[in-house]
Design a protein around this ligand. Structure first.
Ligand code: HEM
Length: 542
């Protein structure tokens, strides 16, 4: 990587998924701006403690990590309330200025996912387009290295991370108190029994006292995340996370897919508001609280698992594209290969494990026989499989690149490279009864992208809730699709088989709604420079 980003100018959560960096306890706080001038004073005070993306490595190989991190983002209404000039405001993208609720039909947030059913904190104040949530502050507590590697040591380290999160929250409340004529914390984040909280917590899930990378359906999550040009601590992680080049090699994605003021995959600067100091090194964040219907998921999987020839565990893997332990299906399409993959993984160094878990494409699986076209991962990042052109693969609607038009696309992945999404966030809530959907548990997901419409919204609308690009007609992505929202139109998806075999494709019928939206909005994550300009009220778009 030759390019070096200005890490001290970029907010830390943009380049780091904190959970992976030892921060397993998060708290998300929404605020309302009551007064422009005092609101700006509040931003100035918070900015002093905002965590940047600087490298934490020291010369002696140690990491100098803060006990807690703090980051800040603004909704369009927030920027308006803080007095940004109109000439800058109008240059933010329409979807950002409208906000997530207004985009509900594009996002498929209907039925149980409809905004009427979201946590009250996201309610708007009577006018359709005016969100009360103006500022989002995200806090994460550091878990120190455990003194002993057993459950006791882990428990102590975990308690320390919760303590660090509390310290961060106390700091925030103190700053809010000093500026209570300018801002107010908004309540209305729902808990498991309908209680309302002033914040939304999200935490790594622990099992037998040990931290896991699991989400509530039981899958290993948070493995593949885009690697972009210019991030020193992502060097060596590019395989499977960057962009696919001809010949199966990988390179970092262009920075401008995720950060304003940098060249993107089309060799252009992403559209961003003026002045450049306001937008450069900033990005958009899509915040979504997604409830997981764990009882429905388990019942549905068990019912189909009894009929599916490969059994329940393989079927669960087909829903996502990875076995529950994270093994990629295309590298290990059956139980025997999964075991062999895991044995090899256990022997590998941490760096090699990172590569093994992500270094694959779908080029050798153009029929979907290993990883189905409606699997979560394949729909969301098709990794070069959409550019394949006329050729072999008998019986498949999608054709191999090795045909007569070989080379028609010199850049495999050119389509997917413009739809990539950086994921941040953690699971929230606990599941006490795995046969029930009741309660408050799921994933708080924060997706970063420089163009909400081209990246997140396109994936959500065209690839999750519609199957045309995958020659899957109206079939939705299995895990996230807004299945049967009216109770009258059950979905189905096809689990493909090797077209050369005598096997028959399996139809997963009557797919229920597995994941429901419980809230969210679109935010702007400014650079440190922009934060200071906003705080001083000196943005000059001329
Ligand atoms: C409750 C909701 C969700 C669950 C349970 C879930 C689960 C998973 C799992 C288990 C993986 C595989 C592990 C990995 O590669 O990191 C994954 C990958 C991924 N998910 Fe999700 N996810 C959810 C929501 C979403 C949403 C809303 C998006 C974006 C619209 C998304 C985007 C991705 C991406 C980009 C990948 C990596 C794909 C790749 O690069 O191959 N996920 N997810």
């Amino acid at each position: 990587m030759n390019k070096k980003l200005e890490l001290a100018d970029i907010q830390g959560n943009v380049l780091r998924a904190y959970g992976r960096f030892g921060y397993p306890a998060a708290r998300y706080v929404c605020l309302n701006v009551k007064n422009e001038i005092r609101g700006r004073d509040f931003i100035a005070a918070v900015t002093e403690r905002v965590t940047t993306a600087i490298d934490w490595s020291t010369e002696d190989g140690k990491k100098l990590k803060p006990n807690w991190t703090a980051n800040i983002a603004f909704s369009y209404q927030g920027l308006r309330k803080l007095g940004l000039p109109r000439a800058s405001l109008v240059e933010f993208s329409p979807e950002f200025s409208q906000g997530m609720k207004a985009r509900k039909d594009i996002l498929g947030d209907q039925g149980p996912s409809a905004p009427e059913n979201w946590d009250p904190v996201w309610e708007r104040n009577g006018k359709d387009f005016e969100s009360n949530v103006h500022i989002l502050i995200t806090l994460n507590g550091l878990m120190p290295a455990p003194v002993t590697e057993d459950a006791n040591g882990m428990q102590e380290a975990r308690e320390a991370s919760l303590e660090h999160r509390e310290q961060a929250y106390e700091w925030l409340l103190e700053v809010v108190k000093e500026h209570d004529d300018g801002v107010a914390v908004l309540g209305g984040h729902c808990g498991a029994n309908g209680e309302k909280f002033d914040y939304q917590d999200a935490d790594v899930l622990f099992e037998d006292g040990m931290p896991t990378a699991k989400e509530h359906f039981g899958y290993h999550d948070g493995i593949s995340d885009p690697v972009i040009e210019g991030v020193p601590y992502d060097e060596g992680r590019v395989e499977g996370r960057g962009k696919l080049l001809e010949g199966g090699k990988w390179a970092p994605l262009a920075t401008g897919e995720f950060l304003f003021g940098h060249i993107d995959e089309a060799h252009e600067y992403p559209p961003a508001p003026r002045p450049i100091l306001l937008s450069r090194n900033g990005t958009y964040m899509v915040f979504r609280k997604l409830h997981e219907n764990v009882g429905t998921f388990n019942a549905f999987l068990s019912e189909h698992g009894k009929k599916y020839p490969g059994g329940e565990e393989l079927l669960a893997a087909k829903f996502v594209g990875r076995w529950k332990d994270g093994t990629p299906l295309v590298l290990a399409p059956n139980e025997e290969k999964r075991k062999a993959f895991q044995d090899k993984l256990k022997e590998a160094s941490l760096e090699e494990q990172e590569r093994m878990l992500s270094d694959f494409s779908y080029e050798d699986d153009m029929s979907g026989a290993k990883c189905p076209f409606s699997a979560h991962m394949r729909r969301i990042n098709p990794r070069g499989s959409l550019e394949q052109v006329a050729g072999e693969v008998p019986g498949s609607m999608i054709r191999s690149m090795k045909g007569e038009n070989e080379g028609a696309f010199d850049t495999p992945g050119a389509l997917a490279n413009r739809r990539r999404i950086m994921r941040r966030g953690l699971p929230y809530g606990t599941v006490s009864d795995r046969t029930s959907d009741k309660g408050n548990h799921g994933i708080v997901i924060m997706m970063l992208n420089a163009n909400i419409n081209r990246e997140f919204e396109f994936v959500q609308q065209q690839w999750i809730n519609y199957g045309n690009d995958f020659k899957a007609a109206n079939d939705k992505e299995i895990l996230l699709g807004n299945h049967n929202i009216d109770g009258k139109s059950p979905s189905k998806a096809v689990i493909q088989v090797d077209p050369e075999s005598d096997d028959v494709p399996y139809i997963v019928s009557d797919i229920p709604l597995l994941v429901e939206t419980r809230g969210g909005d679109y935010f702007f994550v400014p650079s440190m420079t922009a934060l200071r300009l906003i705080a001083r009220g000196v943005i000059d778009p001329t």
